[in-house]
Design a protein around this ligand. Structure first.
Ligand code: ADP
Ligand code: MG
Length: 623
C-alpha cells in the first residue's frame, strides 16, 4: 500500500470552541494534561487487554501493556506513549478530530455557565485529550490499531487553532504516542523529577506500569524505571491502603478534583466472590447537575482485574447514580456483553450488594459523622428520595435516611429524621404529620398548621419538588402512617369530636349562606377543625393533588383535571362574623369569594380569575 499525501481538515465547530477555551482560559492546574493523557493511555491498554481475551494474537510480540512518559530537552517535547489498542484513521478522526461528543457540548455549557477556569474540570466531560493544548502549541499523535498492519499507522498533527493534518505512516509498534511540543514557558515539564512527582500525585494508581527514563546529568538516560504503584488498588487489603491512597484513586477514577466524602471497600468470598470499592463524592459532578442521566459513568466493572466496561446502570439503581467506584467480580465470564449483564443472576446479587453497601455507608455517616452526612444530604438528598419510589425493597432503609424541616426543627434546615419525629410524638399520636408547599415560608405559614401548632403537634415541612411525588410511595414508616395535614378529616379525640359537632351545628346557617354565595366555585364548605387564627383554608380529599403541585404541572404543560376545592372556615373569625351579618348580597358575595381566594393563595394554587379577585378586594377596601 502506498502512503497517501497528508490531508488537512478543519475541526468540527464545537471542538474548535473547546480548543479555544482550553488554550485561552484554563490556567490553574495546567499540569492536569498529564493525568488526562495517561488516563487515555491506560484506557487504551484496558481495551486491548479486553479484546485480547477473544483474540490473543493481538498481544503477540509485546505482551506487557505499559505506558511510557519521556521528554526530549533539545526538541522541547514531551511524549506519552502506550502499547494499547491504538486507533485507525477513522477512529482518530472520530475521537479527536471532527465529531463533537455530547461531552463537548456539556463542557461548553458548563464553562460558559461557570466562568471557572480550572483545568481540573476538563476530564469530567470526556474532552481530556484537548487539555494537551494547555501546555503545547503543537500536538502530534502517532497511532496504529493493534489489529492493523504497520503500514496503516496514522499521523495526526495540529496547532489546535482550527485545522489538523492527517497522514498515513509506517508504525511498527502498535498503540499510540502523543507528542507535545511545549509552549515557550512550559519548561517545568522538561524536568524528570517534576514529571515523576506529577505522575505520583495524579496517576499512581493507574493499573499499568508507567515507565520513565532514569536521568543522567539532568537528561533522560537509556535505562527505564517504573514510577507508579501500578497495582489495582481495590485488590489490596484495606489495612494496607491509606486514606491518601483511597482519595487519589478516587480522583483518577472520577476525574474529580475534590476529595471523596466517604467510601466503602469490601470483599465477598464464597460461592460467588467479588470486590466492591464505592465512593460518595463531596459535590455533585457536572453531569449529575446538568441532568446527564443518559450516559451514566462512574462505576467500572472489572472481571479478575480486567476492565470490562462502564457499568453504572447495570450495577446501581438510578437513585444511587452519584456513586463512583469499582466492582471486580471473580466469577463472571470474561466475554460478557451488556445484554448478558442485564439478565445475569450473579450480577443481580452484586447489584444488591452494592446497594446494601452504599446504604450501610450512609447509615454509618448519619450515625457517626453527622457533618459529613449533612454535606451528603445537601448534595444528593433529593436524588436519594427517588429511591423511595424506585426501590421498594429498601424503602424503609432509605426513609430512615431522609431529613426534613419541621415545625419543631431549626428553621428551613432539613435536619429532622422520621425517627426523630417518632421519638417526639405525643402519647396516643398515631400519625406522622406533614405538609407540602412551594417553599419553607409557604409551608410554615400554612393555615392548615394552626390547630397542630396550638396542640403542640409537630409537622414535617416538605418543600422540595420531588417530595409530593415521593410521598405517593411513602404511606407508612415504622408502623406509623404518614398523613398530610391538609388532607381528609382530622382525627379528633372524644372531646374534640363533640366540640366539632357542636360548632358545625351552630354554624349551619353560615355554611349554607357560603355555599349559596360561592356556588360553582366550591365542591363543599365546612367548619374547620384545623384553624385557630385564620378565617379559611382549603382541605384536600385523600387522593387529591396539592394545589401548588397542580399549578406547577399545569405550568409545565400537563393536563391536570380541575377538582372543585373544599373550603374550610373558622366561624369564630371576625371575617366570618361579617359574612354572617352582611345583608347586602354583593358585599357578602365579595367577602365569601375572598375567603376562598385567600385559602387558594395560601395553598399555592393558581387563582382562577385574578382580575376578579383584585376588583373584589378594591371594592371592600373602598367600602
Ligand atoms: P475520554 O477519554 O473521556 O473519552 P478524551 O478527550 O480524553 O475523552 O479522549 C477522546 C477519545 O480519544 C477517547 O475516548 C479514545 O477513543 C481516543 N483516545 C485518546 N487517547 C487515546 C490513546 N492513547 N489510545 C487510544 N485511543 C485514544
Ligand atoms: Mg480521557
Amino acid at each position: 500500500m502506498t502512503n497517501a499525501a497528508p490531508e488537512t481538515r478543519k475541526f468540527e465547530a464545537e471542538v474548535a470552541q473547546v480548543l479555544h477555551l482550553v488554550t485561552h482560559s484554563l490556567y490553574s492546574h495546567k499540569e492536569i494534561f498529564l493525568r488526562e493523557l495517561i488516563s487515555n493511555a491506560s484506557d487504551a491498554c484496558d481495551k486491548l487487554r479486553f479484546e485480547s481475551i477473544a483474540n490473543p494474537e493481538l498481544l503477540s510480540g509485546d505482551g506487557e501493556l505499559q505506558i511510557h512518559v519521556s521528554w526530549e530537552p533539545e526538541a522541547r517535547t514531551l511524549t506519552v506513549r502506550d502499547n494499547g489498542i491504538g486507533m485507525s484513521r477513522d477512529e482518530v478522526v472520530a475521537n479527536i478530530g471532527t465529531i463533537a461528543s455530547s461531552g463537548t457540548r456539556r463542557f461548553l455549557e458548563a464553562m460558559s455557565a461557570e466562568q471557572k477556569t480550572d483545568a481540573r474540570l476538563i476530564g469530567q466531560f470526556g474532552v481530556g485529550f484537548y487539555s494537551a493544548f494547555v501546555v503545547a502549541d503543537r500536538v502530534t499523535v502517532l497511532s496504529r490499531r493493534a489489529d492493523l498492519p504497520a503500514s496503516d499507522g496514522v499521523k495526526w498533527d495540529s496547532d489546535g487553532k482550527g485545522e489538523y493534518s492527517l497522514a498515513q505512516v509506517d508504525l511498527p509498534e502498535r498503540g499510540t504516542a502523543v507528542i507535545l511540543h511545549l509552549k515557550a514557558d512550559e519548561d517545568e515539564f522538561l524536568k524528570g523529577w517534576e514529571l515523576r512527582s506529577l505522575i505520583r500525585k495524579y496517576s499512581d494508581h493507574v493499573a499499568f506500569p508507567i515507565r520513565m527514563p532514569k536521568e543522567v546529568d539532568g537528561k533522560p538516560g537509556d535505562e527505564w524505571e517504573t514510577v507508579n504503584d501500578a497495582s489495582a488498588l481495590w485488590t489490596k487489603p484495606r489495612n494496607e491502603i491509606s486514606d491518601e491512597d483511597y482519595q487519589s484513586f478516587y480522583k483518577s477514577l472520577g476525574h474529580d478534583f475534590n476529595d471523596a466524602l466517604a467510601w466503602t471497600h469490601n470483599r465477598v468470598e464464597g460461592s460467588q466472590s467479588f470486590t466492591t470499592l464505592l465512593y460518595i463524592p463531596e459535590q455533585p459532578p457536572f453531569d449529575l447537575m446538568m441532568g446527564g442521566r443518559d450516559e451514566r459513568k462512574g462505576l467500572k466493572l472489572y472481571i479478575k482485574r480486567v476492565f470490562i466496561m462502564d457499568a453504572a446502570e447495570e450495577l446501581l439503581p438510578n437513585y444511587l447514580r452519584f456513586v463512583r467506584g469499582v466492582v471486580d467480580a471473580d466469577d463472571l465470564p470474561l466475554n460478557v456483553s451488556r445484554e448478558i449483564l442485564q439478565h445475569n443472576r450473579q450480577l443481580e446479587r452484586i447489584r444488591a450488594a452494592c446497594v446494601k453497601r452504599v446504604l450501610d455507608l450512609l447509615e454509618r455517616l448519619a450515625r457517626d459523622e453527622p457533618e459529613k452526612f449533612a454535606t451528603f444530604y445537601k448534595a444528593f438528598g433529593n436524588t436519594l428520595k427517588e429511591g423511595i419510589a424506585e426501590d421498594a425493597a429498601n424503602r424503609e432503609r432509605i426513609a430512615k435516611l431522609l431529613r426534613f424541616a419541621s415545625t419543631k426543627g431549626d428553621g428551613a434546615a432539613q435536619t429532622v429524621s422520621l425517627d426523630d419525629y417518632i421519638g417526639r410524638m405525643a402519647i396516643g399520636q398515631e400519625n406522622i404529620w406533614y405538609i407540602t408547599a412551594d417553599s419553607f415560608t409557604a409551608a410554615m405559614g400554612s393555615p392548615q398548621l394552626e390547630a397542630f401548632k396550638a396542640k403542640g403537634i409537630e409537622v414535617l415541612l416538605m418543600f422540595d419538588r420531588i417530595d409530593e411525588w415521593m410521598l405517593n410511595s411513602l404511606n407508612e414508616y415504622a408502623g406509623k402512617k404518614l398523613r398530610n395535614v391538609a388532607k381528609g378529616e382530622l382525627p379528633l379525640d372524644d372531646a374534640g369530636k363533640k366540640h366539632q359537632e357542636e360548632a358545625s351545628k351552630a354554624a349551619e346557617p353560615l355554611i349554607h349562606k357560603l355555599k349559596e354565595l360561592l356556588g360553582d366555585r366550591v365542591g363543599d364548605v365546612r367548619v374547620s377543625a384545623r384553624l385557630t387564627d385564620s378565617p379559611s383554608c382549603l382541605a384536600l380529599s385523600d387522593y387529591e393533588m396539592a394545589p401548588h403541585l397542580a399549578r406547577l404541572l399545569r405550568e409545565a404543560g400537563h393536563d391536570v383535571p380541575e377538582a372543585k376545592p373544599t373550603l374550610e372556615v373558622n366561624p369564630q373569625h371576625p371575617l366570618l362574623k361579617r359574612v354572617e351579618g352582611e345583608s347586602d348580597t354583593v358585599k357578602a358575595g365579595d367577602l365569601a369569594n375572598l375567603l376562598l381566594d385567600q385559602a387558594e393563595i395560601a395553598a399555592g394554587a393558581q387563582l382562577p380569575d385574578p382580575a376578579a379577585f383584585v376588583q373584589r378586594l378594591n371594592r371592600l377596601i373602598v367600602g
